[in-house]
Design a protein around this ligand. Structure first.
Ligand code: GLY
Length: 328
């Protein structure tokens, strides 16, 4: 009996590996919104497709070499944060006061460790600050001035608040009464070769948000969640609704406890549970088998996936903006 028990214990990790149908998977998003027409704008869509492709290639280089999910998520989110194309880091949207306040979070599914920052004003790469909270403090979230000061104490790159501005956001700041929007967020979820899930999200928040407002992105369970027994999730959209529906944890728990396929559960939350008029947005998710989902109820969502098949070693990759996916 004792021998049988020990054999089962030894076989458990093997069973987990067998359940993993893909060697590794990376899924990214660059925000959701009314962008359905962008797909037909050759010049602009080419820029976004290329950026999504680059993000996937950055993740692929790390995961194919056996790197951990957190390393891949950080590198991909850093890439998005440094690009003026997306609402995170440089290119972030502005508050009603014409300033920039950034949120980010990261979570690992193997041990449920998480780190988050809210309302950062001076940290160039907010996801790095979130990771530092996770690894260097006993806390999960730091906010406001304390979070900026903590990031500085950790040697992270500090910038002036106006570093985050682009010609487009400067124009908005000049004319804050104009009803223009730049919502969206960036995110990345990963299944690595070790079978672990990781999720990360970073954002400038919502256009003209009240100063001090915190959205779903740094809220563990709302905008970001990862549990190896459920799935890794990163959300984008109208944060208040994603917080009310605890979307990321909701999805992971449906997979873990109800054993719903990740695609089915994600579709249900995005298309039925969230009010499609107000709870506008989408999410990306991946489970431990390597199944993934990218639903959105808005006009479009910048998104992409890359995975390596077990056995054949074949790599599949595609990016999308509106309804169509473009295979690369
Ligand atoms: N989903 C980003 C935000 O609402 O801030």
């Amino acid at each position: 009996m004792k021998h049988l028990f020990i054999t089962i214990l030894l076989l458990l990790p093997l069973c987990r590996m067998l359940a993993q149908e893909r060697e590794y998977v990376i899924v990214v998003h660059g925000g959701a919104g009314a962008m359905e027409n962008l797909e037909d704008d050759k010049e602009k869509s080419t820029l976004y497709y290329a950026a999504l492709d680059s993000a996937l290639s950055i993740g692929n280089a790390i995961l194919s070499a056996g790197g951990e999910g957190s390393e891949a998520v950080m590198a991909v989110v850093n890439y998005f944060e440094n690009s003026p194309l997306f609402n995170a880091g440089k290119g972030a949207t502005c508050t009603s006061a014409g300033t920039f306040e950034l949120d980010a979070s990261i979570m690992e599914g193997k041990d449920l460790t998480a780190g988050a920052v809210a309302g950062l004003k001076t940290v160039k790469n907010p996801i790095n600050a979130a990771y530092a909270v996770k690894t260097k403090t006993p806390h999960v979230m730091l906010a406001g001035e304390g979070a900026d000061r903590f990031a500085k104490s950790q040697g992270l790159e500090i910038v002036d608040n106006m570093y985050f501005a682009t010609p487009k956001t400067l124009k908005w700041i000049e004319d804050l009464k104009k009803e223009s929007k730049k919502n969206g967020t960036v995110g990345c979820v990963v299944l690595d070769k070790q079978g672990n899930l990781t999720a990360g999200t970073s954002t400038g928040g919502m256009f003209k948000k009240q100063w001090g407002r915190v959205g779903d992105s740094p809220v563990i369970g709302a905008g970001t969640y990862a549990d190896n027994e459920g799935c890794a999730v990163s959300c984008t959209g109208h944060g208040e609704y994603f917080i009310r529906h605890v979307v990321a944890y909701n999805l992971s728990t449906r997979v873990k406890l109800l054993h719903q396929p990740v695609g089915e559960a994600a579709d249900y939350i995005i298309h039925q549970e969230l009010n499609t008029k107000e709870g506008n947005g989408g999410l990306i998710a991946v489970d431990k088998k390597g199944d993934f989902a990218m639903p959105f109820n808005s006009g479009g969502m910048f998104r992409g996936y890359l995975y390596k098949e077990k056995g054949t070693g074949k790599i599949s990759k595609a990016v999308g903006i509106g309804k169509k996916m473009k295979t690369l």
